[in-house]
Ligand binder design. Structure first.
Ligand code: F6R
Length: 610
């Protein structure tokens, strides 16, 4: 959460910072600010609200500076207002700082600083950092040593960028727990929370690691760790393009990303399937394959949508691998002192690869000796780098806050891992071939479902005034019910619950009346008859049913109010199809209500704080 960007170089930094902040806005959007050099003095402009508010104040070359920093905020400490927006000034207004993360011991530090005469303008935890730096500078330390000593005193997480009046062409950046990447240009260097903000300027980057501090000028980048030891950094060449992070003719990123799914899934499979041999190849698992194969237990961990993907993974692994599998919320797992050993494999799923709880859970599992794998979308992200091995989803950048193509790509990767291991276990060549042949047809089936967009848009119109929704599914489609409910609540602000269909009788059925829409995922599998009984139970109480059924199921429309049909497939792949109408339904209900689906209130794309 929070996006940070900084530029030093030969060009005017203001348009670069504004453009960078717009690209990072998905990380937080309750206020924004920039800090820069106004001749030889530091200055800032900050505003409550979106980056466009800020942009209107600096447009047309009103301000010109060659070095500056920018921030878009997702509030943690202190309400979203102008005072709490970043940057924050030091006492003498000669240091400016932006921060992404949480300082856990800020109250104790604040007390000490107040006793020493420091005055706080904001309610943020971040402000203590700038005053601590000031305190070290006053004691005679250099700018960079003052930052380093400050970082030794603070507990918590940070991605930081700081500028100091007496060293005008320099940005000091530091990282612990929050991402930070440095883009290397000719006569200029850029820092940002992620590569989206710098890809338009350079493809050569350095990822800063925890406890590293970088001194950045237009001439070069000097990285040291918190113990003042110089660190050699590897320069990485990015393959992402600017087109991948623009809307490409769609009205929203979310719609674009929903429609990108056929290609995203093809990319997730590309080069990994050998149909003739009924086999899967995953380069990122090769070095750890034996250990994974011999694991006695698999734990899958993640948050939100990624956790839902993990639940589908549990069904896959237990059906095909017969390995006991558990799924854990990363936030609970990390603090529960989980029982783990080297016989366990833990798979961490994360689109961003930066979710604080998932990253901390990974570190905990590593400490306890478990084999740790990552399923990430963001290449080079912290979770990908920390894992012993892993598989990228290759879905391309996901900018809409509600996860769509990342989820279905995660399901593809989980299915690939399942088939890879199953072939080493009991899955025969013929069964492997059959599974993979069907798997390859999934992107086309997805394309077909997306053609139902207009039908789903019409259905959505009837529900824009609903205040509650229930989503029901069984087996592989129970996690899909959870995911459908999450999509609806996060972008339309309608309360929604996902349930295993049979659980309805144990409580939620009390909610059902003529005002309660119930979305039922009802493919023709072994639980079909049972789910039809659940539908009857809802109908008997006048609930309105939207059924997700398979093509050719003509019976279901006699008992439900709306039917959305998806092509049939094998059970393991069904969630990839059944979730699509739910993404579109949530999307159109939210758009009908006039809401901003890409940046729903209170949310941020990458949750890098606990
Ligand atoms: C929901 C959503 C969130 C994320 C969750 C984990 O649409 O986007 O629930 O799934 O914050 O994020 P990652 O996958 O980046 O770890």
């Amino acid at each position: 959460m929070c996006g940070i960007v900084g530029y030093t170089g030969k060009r005017d930094c203001i348009p670069i910072l504004i453009e960078g902040l717009k690209r990072l806005e998905y990380r937080g959007y309750d206020s924004a600010g920039i800090g820069y050099f106004d001749k030889d003095k530091l200055a800032y402009i900050k505003r409550k609200g979106r980056v466009t508010e800020l942009e209107s104040l600096v447009e047309g070359g009103k301000i010109v500076s060659k070095t500056g920093i920018g921030h878009t905020r997702w509030a943690t400490h202190g309400i979203p207002n102008e005072i709490n927006a970043h940057p924050h000034f030091s006492k003498n207004r000669d240091i400016l700082l932006i921060h992404n993360g949480i300082i856990e011991n800020y109250q104790a530090l604040k007390k000490i600083l107040i006793n020493e005469g420091y005055k706080f303008e904001s309610e943020t935890d971040s402000e203590v950092i700038v005053h601590l730096i000031d305190r070290f500078i006053k004691k005679g330390y250099s700018f960079s040593d003052s930052v380093r000593h400050t970082l030794i005193e603070i507990e918590g997480t940070y991605g930081l960028a700081i500028i100091y009046e007496k060293e005008p062409d320099k940005i000091i950046a530091a990282k612990k727990g929050s991402p930070l990447v440095i883009g290397i240009g000719g006569d200029e260097n850029i820092i940002a929370s992620d590569i989206n903000a710098l890809i338009a300027h350079t493809k050569q980057v350095i990822y800063l690691e925890d406890y590293e501090i970088a001194e950045i000028t237009k001439e070069g980048i000097l990285v040291r760790n918190i113990h003042d030891i110089p660190v050699e950094k590897e320069v990485i060449e990015l393959s992402m393009t600017v087109e991948e992070i623009s809307k490409g003719g769609y009205s929203t990123f979310m719609l674009k990303e929903i429609f990108e799914q056929p290609d995203a899934l093809t990319n997730a499979m590309r080069g990994r399937i050998i149909v003739d041999e009924g086999r899967v190849k995953l380069g990122g698992l090769e070095g750890i394959m034996d250990r994974l194969y011999h694991s006695e237990r698999i734990i899958i961990s993640g948050c939100g949508t990624s956790w839902h993907a993990g639940l589908v993974g549990e069904y896959m692994f237990e059906q095909y691998l017969r390995i006991p599998t558990e799924v854990e919320y990363a936030s609970e797992f990390r603090y529960r002192n989980p029982v783990l050993s080297e016989k366990d494999a833990v798979i961490f799923i994360s689109q961003s690869g930066e979710t604080a709880d998932t990253l901390a859970a990974l570190k905990e599992a590593k400490t306890k000796g478990a084999l740790c794998l990552g399923i990430c979308n963001a290449v080079g992200s912290s979770i990908a780098r920390e894992s012993h091995g892993g598989v990228y989803t290759h879905a391309g950048p996901e900018i809409g806050v509600a996860s769509t193509k990342a989820f279905t790509s995660q399901l593809v990767v989980l299915a690939l891992i399942t088939i890879l291991l199953a072939r080493r276990k009991e899955l025969s060549l013929t069964d492997g071939r059959n599974l993979l042949t069907e798997f390859q047809s999934i992107p086309d089936k997805v394309r077909k479902i997306l053609e139902l967009n207009n039908q789903i848009e019409k259905i959505a119109e009837d529900f824009k005034n609903s205040t509650n929704f229930l989503y029901l599914g069984r087996g592989y489609n129970f996690p899909v019910a959870l995911e459908g409910a999450l999509k609806l609540k996060e972008i339309s602000y309608i309360h929604a619950e996902g349930y295993p269909a049979a659980e309805m009788k144990h409580g939620p059925i009390a909610l059902i009346d003529e005002n309660m829409p119930v979305v039922v995922i009802a493919p023709k599998d072994s639980t079909y008859e049972k789910i039809i009984s659940n539908i009857q139970e809802v109908k008997a109480r006048n609930g309105k049913i939207i059924a997700i059924a398979i093509e050719g199921d003509d019976e279901i429309e006699k008992i439900v109010d709306y039917v959305i049909r998806v092509p049939d497939t094998i059970r393991i792949f069904m969630p990839i199809l059944t979730v699509l109408p739910l993404q579109l339904l949530a999307y159109h209900i939210a758009v009908n209500k006039g809401l901003n689906v890409d940046q729903p209130r209170n949310l941020a794309k990458s949750v890098t704080v606990e």
